[in-house]
Design a protein around this ligand. Structure first.
Ligand SMILES: [Zn+2]
Length: 147
């Protein structure tokens, strides 16, 4: 280990902070025999022993491991999350089979043969409506007697 930089008390350095659980900027408080022994975290203002910041390479591994552990639940897309939200709002409502000759209004729950269960988010015009499905928002026709 060779410390090439001359660090003095009061200097700002990057160090690991146990409270912040990250490498943060610290102010050097004590240097003993040319080695930093005590630092103060500028984020949480805790004084503690100096710990070298985790190198970028090590950090990546840590992040990857964290991702893996949270992968228990299937990753949801933005569309799925939105769909879950609107579905929660209409909970208990019986979905009606989608029929392009039917007339629908906002928050109606429909069952589409291809897209599945969705919720009407907006009636665009008398024959068009926007429906939120699990795979995303779709524009469907309704009120079409001639179909
Ligand atoms: Zn801290």
């Amino acid at each position: 280990m060779s410390e090439s930089k001359k660090i003095q008390v009061g200097d700002e350095i990057e160090a690991m902070c146990g409270a912040c659980k990250d490498a943060t900027v610290h102010v050097v408080e004590v240097i003993k025999d040319g080695k930093i022994t005590k630092v103060m975290c500028k984020s949480c203002l805790n004084s503690h022993r100096y710990r070298k910041p985790v190198s970028a390479g090590e950090k990546k591994v840590v992040k990857k491991a964290g991702k893996k552990s949270t992968k228990k639940a299937p990753a949801k897309t933005k569309e799925q999350r939105k769909w879950s939200r609107v579905m929660a709002k209409v909970e208990g409502e019986e979905p009606q089979n989608y029929d392009m000759s039917g007339e629908y209004k906002e928050n109606d729950v429909i069952d589409h043969s291809k897209f599945g269960v969705g919720v009407v988010s907006e009636v665009i015009d008398p024959t068009k409506m926007s429906v939120v499905f699990e795979e995303g928002q779709k524009t469907l026709v309704h009120n079409r007697d001639d179909a």
